[in-house]
Design a protein around this ligand. Structure first.
Ligand code: AMP
Length: 188
């Protein structure tokens, strides 16, 4: 069973992803990280992708869907995948579900719950460590958080209605969150 992680910026899902992937053998597909790699390549595509990331907008649908489709196609059925940062809106959800169905892959979604206020505080701290331009500008972080509320929450709500979502309170220590995460994943 694959995993799909949701959480507002600063919810700590990336940290949890690395830890559970290392312990239980998932490959991580981090949408933002994959797109940042493309942006850094300097190609024409990279320049386009970078302009969206720097502005805090979603990268165009076809680009991200192509990237995730290739990532899934490159892995064997037995390799579990942890998706972080996709699907981000209902259009991506529609295509993501179709790709997963075609690949005969099932997934459980995890939603790391955190207030926008707390997320913003954490992310401004992170920007100093990682040097990400889109994490350093408060107005761009707020735009990304608005996108999460308006575009991504409807995705989570639909998966929730389908019984696919486990919610985890992310306003706690890394270890406490991880304990709940592991329990949720091991229910398979
Ligand atoms: P993140 O690291 O998840 O905060 O993503 C950083 C940036 O990458 C976002 O602000 C978007 O510009 C872009 N991005 C990440 N995931 C997606 C996605 N699924 N669809 C479109 N753009 C994305």
């Amino acid at each position: 069973m694959d995993l799909v992680f949701f959480g507002i910026q600063g919810s700590g899902k990336g940290t949890q992803a690395k830890r559970i992937a290392a312990e239980l053998g998932y490959d991580i597909f981090e949408a933002g990280g994959e797109l940042r790699k493309i942006a850094a390549s300097g190609s024409e595509l990279g320049k386009t992708v970078k302009s969206y990331i720097d502005a805090g907008h979603l990268v165009p649908h076809e680009i991200i869907m192509q990237v995730v489709k290739e990532a899934i196609g490159a892995r064997s059925k037995s390799q579990k995948i942890l998706f972080d940062g996709i699907p981000r809106d209902l259009d991506q959800m529609r295509d993501f579900d179709a790709i997963m169905r075609d690949a005969d892959r099932e997934f459980r979604a995890i939603h790391f719950l955190l207030s926008a206020e707390e997320g913003l505080k954490r992310i401004l701290g992170r920007a100093k460590q990682e040097g990400r331009a889109d994490d350093a500008d408060e107005s761009i972080i707020r735009r990304r958080m608005d996108l999460f509320e308006t575009k991504t929450m409807p995705v989570i709500d639909r998966y929730k209605a389908a019984g696919k979502v486990v919610e985890i309170d992310a306003n706690r220590s890394v270890d406490d969150i991880y304990g709940d995460l592991k329990a949720a994943v091991k229910k398979d």
